[in-house]
Design a protein around this ligand. Structure first.
Ligand code: FAD
Ligand code: MLT
Ligand code: ZN
Length: 462
């Protein structure tokens, strides 16, 4: 095995150059540990190809050496899908960072898979256009990783998730062959739609090298408000009313009580409105002309549902309100290593779920603390659980919460994916027939299980 690895490293160096094949543990360590610190693996080689042709050769050679590959972009994934938990080779896409000129006429752009979201946003901004998906990991997460996880983020209620932005892609398959369909045609019914299949495939079917994305007119005028609610039910009812009455609605995010107190302590700033509330919404409206009146009148109509409101009209105040939502993840990670359960519930089940989860958790681990927040506009709640003194909680917590989600008809993965964390619970949402069909698709595209073999699909014997 050691000889096979050394031989592969030598061959890879000839393709990508010595400095882009990392072997020493101190150099590979950060590629082998995930953002939360929960998933820690090891790898003999991290390889960083510069373009599609190099990447294709890397895949072919690694397959021939009978080694497995974990594709990795920004390593911000939260389900243990992008780290080598079984000693795989890590194929980092960060050097695939070309941004082609914006196609102004079509309002589209072709980007390398390793371009970070923040760079993509900056690249299209001078054309007064936006990328449809935005999320707090924007400085590190890559376009390829976002497609592979079908990332959601804060604007799904307006523009959809990553799959909805995709007009075409280029990818390297497990045998090193390349598929490329980047024309960006809005209508193109010429058979199976690879972008749909690859969105959410978590690196199991091929390695995305380029993507053609739909862009959206930039909404320069914004109004952001924080709304406080005495009950979770009121926050859910308000979300539904706002979705109906505010055409310029851009985001409806939620922070529940424990998470709000934690983030306020973390950023060392008091809770801006209704400090004794049970839930807070961060609501943003965005349009080409000032949406403040539209949003203010809709909030007014919520009447006694809302107990307190703070409105931000300029950039600085807006950023101030947003940090109570965007810094929750960081606030939790500072306390310890959470189990992150990312779920969606139908609107009618949301409040019941949020009420019940703390007792579902404490039945399995009485020392655990639960922090909830998320994208309420999409019914997406992030349940983060820390064990005693910041340690990981019992694994039984994950199973119990996700079984409860499935019982309520929800999804056990709203936007982060299945990864290695939830692969053995996939049956909670997917039938035996569906999982068998998944396996047939995987086998057709990757018969020797070279790409991310331990991700998404349940272990064969479970
Ligand atoms: P990685 O972590 O590197 O990889 C993720 C998965 O994609 C892995 O399975 C990997 O093998 C695969 N992969 C990566 N690149 C490729 C490629 N080119 N081809 C094929 N497979 C590939 N997610 C959301 O949906 N919404 C959010 O609001 C959100 N907020 C976040 C906030 C923070 C602070 C953090 C740390 C994470 C957040 N995430 C969120 C989770 C994460 O899924 C996203 O950040 C992003 O989609 C991952 O991109 P990445 O480049 O870091 O992918
Ligand atoms: C978020 O919405 O902030 C993310 O999905 C990250 C998380 O769940 O921690
Ligand atoms: Zn999220």
């Amino acid at each position: 095995m050691t000889e096979r690895i050394s031989e592969l490293a030598r061959k890879l160096k000839r393709i990508v150059g010595d400095t882009h094949v990392l072997e020493a543990t101190d150099l590979t360590l950060s590629y082998a540990t995930d953002w939360t610190g929960r998933f820690r693996g090891h790898t003999p080689i991290v390889v960083r190809p510069a373009d599609t042709s190099e990447l294709a050769q890397v895949v072919t050679l690694t397959g021939e050496a009978e080694l497995k590959i974990v594709p990795q972009g920004g390593n911000t994934g939260l389900v243990g899908g992008g780290v080598p938990l079984n000693g795989e080779v890590v194929l980092s896409t960060t050097r695939l960072d070309q941004c082609e000129p914006v196609d102004q006429l079509a309002q589209q752009v072709t980007l390398g898979a390793g371009v970070t979201l923040a760079r993509a946003q900056a690249h299209v901004a001078p054309s007064d256009l936006d990328i449809g998906v935005d999320l707090a990991a924007r400085d590190s997460c890559t376009i390829g990783g976002m497609i592979a996880t079908n990332a959601g983020g804060i604007n799904v209620l307006r523009y959809g998730a990553m799959r909805d932005q995709l007009l075409g892609l280029e990818a390297v398959l497990a045998d090193g062959s390349i598929i490329s369909h980047l024309e960006g045609l809005e209508k193109d019914n010429t058979g199976y739609h690879f972008p749909s299949l690859f969105a959410g495939s978590e690196g199991t079917l091929g390695i995305i090298t380029k993507a053609r994305l739909r862009l959206h007119p930039h909404m320069a005028e914004r109004c952001t408000a924080m709304l406080a609610f005495s009950t979770v039910d009121d926050a859910v009812a308000a979300t539904s009313a706002l979705r109906r009455s505010v055409p310029s609605l851009h985001a409806v995010e939620v922070v529940f009580r424990a998470a709000m107190h934690l983030v306020s302590e973390h950023i060392d700033s008091s809770i801006p409105v209704g400090p004794k509330s049970d839930a807070w919404l961060i609501v943003e409206a965005a349009a080409s002309s000032d949406p403040t009146e539209e949003l203010a009148s809709a909030i007014d109509k919520l009447g006694t549902l809302v107990t307190d409101v703070g409105v931000a009209l300029d950039g600085q105040h807006r950023n101030n309100l947003w940090q109570y939502r965007e810094k929750v993840t960081e606030a939790i990670s500072v306390k310890g290593t959470p189990h992150k359960l990312d779920v969606t519930l139908g609107a009618s089940k949301l409040a019941e779920f949020v009420h019940q989860v703390p007792s579902v958790v404490s039945e399995q681990d009485e020392d655990a603390s639960v922090y909830m927040f998320g994208h309420l506009g999409d019914g997406n709640v992030h349940v983060n659980v820390l064990g005693k003194d910041g340690s990981e909680p019992s694994e039984l917590v994950d199973e119990a919460v996700l079984e409860y989600v499935a019982k309520l008809g929800g999804s056990i993965s709203a936007e982060h994916g299945v990864g290695s964390a939830k692969r053995d619970l996939l049956h909670l949402n997917r039938s035996h027939t569906e999982i068998s069909a998944f396996r047939l698709i995987k086998h057709a595209l990757d018969p020797h299980r070279v790409l991310n073999p331990h991700v998404l699909l349940p272990k064969e014997d479970s």
